[in-house]
Design a protein around this ligand. Structure first.
Ligand code: HEM
Length: 457
């Protein structure tokens, strides 16, 4: 396929329906039609554990109106993500859930085309660029966090979500907070987030439909970015939109406007809810485990309130907290793929076009691999418990689709948390029970949006 083909042509395998001929694989589909949808969404560990104990590491399963094969354990994470035989399509895995909102994004491209497209991101994630991002995000974090202290009824989740959108507007798009586009863009992203959760997944012209609102958000973003990209061509900016707009293909050509635009939209989506989830779940645990909060604060205060790029490696307890939160509550709770040719998993024949999922949410809590798997214990990473298998802890995936923003996420997580720890002591409100209810899909978050009591230091 030539370069033009990588932009426009759909591979043959996208035309086929899911294979549902899975009777030779152990497992069951649960109640007719809805399958295990409610159990899986509400109690993913219990639901997967029950199946695993009954049927083994590879089983057939059904949820959200789809039949698929589930595999648990680090060896399958290796097989699916490294994909040495090039049989697992990420695009076809994620399409049923994310098709319209993630359209044209990197995760929705496979194999040679994916490699070709991933190049668009290379300059934006080089060390020099990353240094600038840390410097640019710090004033926004300071301004945002300074406002939180005065709030009598602070809910951490929506606040940090908003803060990260503001940071995204600046670092990804080069827009200042005062720019009126920033507000509208943030609203469009929030509408898309709601849209991914919609039960009625139809783009009908009914203004109250969440899916419709999400699609209107996507249409607004498509239009906005299509105008933004040409303005960034040939310009010297240090934001990601400028890097993407000036990146060239192997043949030295610029990527077309609509392609750059789609990659930017996906990047913002991939960056935002994932990191919001990690920060929220970290503060959920730290508000309860005050001993850990104090320990992390000591490390943060030693930095003088802010974290520079060169200091990212000097906060091991904060880093281990990040790792532990992503182990317990991976921001991408399940990796999804669909086979493009017949293959084998755990000795079972898996026909072409079969959807396959790896619930990281369970694999990263397997008692075969982790001691006290359900407890919050960042020190397990200091003890190197995660080194028994290279894929037993893999919240950023692996292989060709491995998260390109993992260092950015680490930087952002640490910068926000260091500022928070240096500014406030925080706890759950009196009477709040711990552990509280946690939502797992599409991204983890405390169901009550994490009300916190902040005490200024
Ligand atoms: C805690 C934060 C994050 C987590 C846990 C996370 C996790 C992941 C995972 C698991 C994948 C691969 C999914 C798969 O193989 O099925 C992925 C892909 C991706 N992530 Fe992240 N991510 C995070 C933050 C970010 C950030 C901050 C950015 C951008 C600045 C980003 C950009 C991307 C992109 C572009 C892809 C697609 C890569 C490809 O298909 O080649 N992510 N992420």
């Amino acid at each position: 396929m030539g370069e033009a083909g990588f932009y426009n042509e759909d591979p043959e395998y996208v035309k086929y329906k899911d294979n549902t001929d899975l009777d030779h694989i152990p497992g069951d589909y649960g109640p007719p039609l809805i399958g295990y949808t409610f159990k899986y969404v509400q109690q993913p560990y219990e639901s997967i554990e029950r199946m695993y104990k009954r049927y083994g590491e590879v089983f057939r399963y059904s949820s959200t109106f789809q039949k698929f094969v589930v595999c648990v354990g680090p060896e399958y994470v290796r097989q699916l993500t490294l994909d040495s035989d090039k049989v697992f399509s990420a695009r076809m895995g994620y399409e049923p859930a994310l098709k319209h909102f993630f359209q044209g994004g990197l995760l929705m491209r496979d194999f040679a085309a994916h490699k070709f497209h991933r190049r668009i991101m290379q300059s934006a994630f080089k060390t020099e660029a990353m240094r600038r991002y840390v410097e640019e995000m710090q004033p926004l974090i300071d301004t945002g966090l300074a406002q939180w202290g005065g709030s009598a009824d602070l809910h951490f989740y929506p606040r940090v979500k908003e803060l990260l959108l503001d940071i995204g507007a600046k670092v990804f798009l080069g827009l200042d907070l005062e720019n009126r586009d920033t507000r509208q863009l943030n609203e469009a992203f929030l509408a898309m987030g709601e849209g991914t959760l919609a039960i009625i997944r139809k783009d009908w012209p009914l203004p109250w439909l969440a899916y419709r609102k999400g699609m209107n958000g996507r249409r607004y973003l498509d239009k906005y970015f299509l105008e933004l990209v040409p303005r960034r061509r040939g310009k010297p900016g240090t934001d990601m939109a400028t890097f993407f707009s000036n990146e060239t293909t192997d043949s030295g050509d610029l990527f077309p406007d609509d392609i750059v635009s789609k990659h930017l939209i996906f990047l913002l989506l991939a960056a935002h809810d994932t990191t919001t989830a990690a920060l929220s779940m970290a503060c959920y645990y730290l508000a309860h485990h005050q001993d850990w909060q104090e320990r992390l604060r000591e490390q943060a205060l030693a930095l003088d309130g802010t974290l520079s790029y060169d200091e990212l490696g000097s906060v091991p307890d904060i880093e281990n907290t990040f790792k532990e939160v992503l182990r317990l509550h991976p921001s991408v709770p399940a990796f999804m793929r669909r086979t493009v040719a017949e293959t084998e998993l755990g000795g079972y024949r898996i026909p072409a076009n079969t959807p396959v999922q790896i619930p990281m949410i369970y694999t990263q809590r397997m008692e075969e691999w982790w001691g006290n798997p359900n407890s919050f214990d960042p020190d397990r990473f200091a003890r190197e418990e995660h080194k028994k298998h290279p894929f037993m802890w893999a919240p950023f995936g692996g292989g060709a689709h491995k998260c390109i923003g993992l260092h950015f996420a680490d930087m952002l997580f640490k910068s926000v948390l260091v500022s928070m720890l240096c500014r406030y002591r925080f706890r759950h409100p009196h009477g709040a029970s711990f552990p509280g209810a946690v939502q797992h899909f599409p991204f983890p978050k405390p169901v009550n949006e994490l009300p916190l009591v902040l005490e200024k230091l």
